[in-house]
Write a protein of this length. Structure first.
Length: 266
C-alpha cells in the first residue's frame, strides 16, 4: 500500500492502522482516485489479522471538504451510465469502511462537508476537535446526499438527517455531539490524546469479539425482538462462547491476569 497517491497508510506495532487523506491543498476533497484508494486500503486492513483498529484522518486544516468540485463538474457533464458506475464506486467505498470487521475511528478537525460527513458516519466512532464544523452541503450544488444518506440517518436519526440535508446548514462540533454525529469533542491540542484513549479501551477487548459485535449489530435494528432476532442472538453467542478467544478471556479473568490480546502500554 505504499503506492497510493492520495492517502497514506501507516501501521504501528500495537496493531493500530492510520489511514490519512493527503490532499491538503484541496482540504482532502476526494475524487475517483481517492475513493478507489480508500476502498483498497480498507479491504487490505480488514484482511490483516495484525490490525486491531483503524483511524481515518485528514492532513492539514480539514478532515475532508467532501467531493472534489472538479470531479463533480465532470460528473455533471457525463452520461447516466458513467455516473452510475462512479456512484457505485463511492457507495462501495463507504460500505468497506462501515462493514470493516475492525473498529474504525474518524479523527476530525476543521471542516467535514458533504461526503466528508459520510466518511465520519461510516466509521464506528468519531472524535472531533472543538474547531470542527459539519455540513451535509450537497443541496447547495443542486444535488443530494444520496449515497451518504443511509449512514447519516443511522448516525443521527431520520429527522436530524433530513434537517441537515434540506438546510445544508453548517453546524459546530458541540451541536454535532448533541445529535450523535460525533461521540466526543475535545480541544484541538487534545485530539490525538482522545483518539489514543479510545484505542486503549478497544485494545482491552477481544479482537474477534469486536468483529462479532459489528457483524451482529449490523443485522439488528430498533423495534420488537422477534423470534428470528432471538434465534440469531442465541446462535451467535452459542457459537462465540466456544471459540479459543472466549476460552482465553474467561481463563485470564479467573487467573487475574491480562488476556493474551492485551498489549502492554508504552
Amino acid at each position: 500500500m505504499s503506492d497510493f497517491k492520495t492517502i497514506a497508510v501507516d501501521r504501528s506495532a500495537d496493531g493500530v492502522a492510520r489511514v490519512t487523506m493527503s490532499r491538503a491543498d484541496v482540504f482532502n476533497a476526494f475524487d475517483e482516485t481517492m475513493i478507489a484508494e480508500l476502498g483498497q486500503a480498507f479491504d487490505a486492513l480488514a484482511a490483516d489479522e495484525a490490525v486491531r483498529a483503524i483511524v481515518l484522518a485528514g492532513v492539514g486544516k480539514a478532515f475532508s471538504a467532501g467531493a472534489d468540485l472538479q470531479w463533480m463538474q465532470r460528473a455533471s457533464q457525463a452520461s447516466f451510465e458513467w455516473n452510475l458506475e462512479d456512484a457505485r464506486g463511492f457507495a462501495g467505498m463507504l460500505d468497506r469502511i462501515a462493514s470493516c470487521p475492525k473498529p474504525t475511528i474518524a479523527r476530525v478537525q476543521g471542516v467535514a462537508l458533504g461526503g466528508g460527513v459520510g466518511l465520519v458516519c461510516a466509521c464506528d466512532f468519531a472524535v472531533a476537535a472543538d474547531n470542527a464544523r459539519f455540513a451535509v452541503s450537497e443541496a447547495r450544488f443542486g444535488i443530494l446526499p444520496a449515497v451518504i444518506g443511509p449512514y447519516v440517518i443511522n448516525a443521527v436519526g431520520k429527522r436530524h438527517a433530513k434537517r441537515l440535508a434540506l438546510t445544508a446548514a453548517q453546524i459546530p462540533a458541540a451541536e454535532a455531539l448533541a445529535i450523535g454525529l460525533v461521540h466526543a469533542v475535545v480541544p484541538v491540542e487534545a485530539l490525538d490524546e482522545a483518539v489514543d484513549g479510545l484505542l486503549l479501551q478497544l485494545g482491552q477487548n477481544g479482537p474477534r469479539a469486536l468483529g462479532e459485535i459489528k457483524q451482529l449489530f449490523a443485522q439488528l435494528g430498533e423495534g420488537p425482538v422477534t423470534p428470528q432476532v432471538r434465534e440469531l442472538t442465541a446462535q451467535t453467542i452459542a457459537r462465540v462462547r466456544g471459540t479459543e478467544e472466549a476460552r482465553e478471556g474467561f481463563a485470564a479473568f479467573l487467573a487475574k491476569r491480562p488476556a493474551a490480546w492485551i498489549r502492554s502500554s508504552k
